[in-house]
Design a protein around this ligand. Sequence first.
Ligand SMILES: N[C@@H](CCC(=O)N[C@@H](CS)C(=O)NCC(=O)O)C(=O)O
Length: 274
Amino acid sequence: MDSCLLLGIGALAVVGFLIKKYLNKSVNKADYPKDTVILHQLGSGPYCPSLSPFVIKVETYLRMNKIPYKNEYDRVMSSKGKTPWIQYNDDVMPDSHFIIQYLKNKFNIKINDKLTPEQKATGASFTHLVEDHLYWGLLLWRSVYDKNKTIFRMIGLNSIILWIFERKARSVCHAQGQGRHTRTETIQLIEDDLRFISNFIGNKKYFLGDNPTETDCAIFGQLCQFVWQTPDSPMETSIREKYTNLIDYCERIKSRYWPDWDELITRGNNNNKK
Ligand SMILES: N[C@@H](CCC(=O)N[C@@H](CS)C(=O)NCC(=O)O)C(=O)O
């Protein structure tokens, strides 16, 4: 076999090992406290407590409903290969949507009960807009179109890992469809979504009115990434200049449910990270 090919295979094996090591620290088998939700997640982000909008969604829901929980920053992925997932006593639940359904039943949560069927449909539709459309723009921006890879560099990822992340993101975003658009088109799609959300929120306190609901967890999880965790991006500029009610909305949820936000972010200091 050609020695270049052998070298290539060796390099790929090392890179694969490094990524596996980064993502799959073994689960801490320590006894978790009883009747406490264990939220498995990756580490903190520089400006939000997680780089994952889905983790922020679940943690906001736990806080909003005063459910006892503990974070486990073990970087272990769920059985579906994604983050987040939870454990509660002997139960294990992956995926933010199913986690929230599970918690709602387990803790008899009524937060959405006063909503009309139309409001519920609107909430679900916007949740899909942010999770199945806007999120892909975020992923493309961070992993592909932000040439400096600012956020990933701030969590200490080196150039080899960044290269692998970009390749993986290009591949999954291409399969999903949004990865086929240019940088300009992608930014336009993100801008359009931000405008729709901004117009819908208008002067309301929360997404569906005066009271917080499940939808706010999903919307806040994604929006806070654009408001605080896409530095030096065209989206950050648009929000500051045109969609300032998104900042007010995020600030409102942050101050109500995340008084410890500043203690949970790294500001790029990875010695401090969770
Ligand atoms: N439908 C899932 C989506 C979760 C998700 O996409 N998580 C991302 C991080 S933000 C992930 O784990 N990506 C790893 C991968 O796709 O390999 C949920 O709602 O929890």
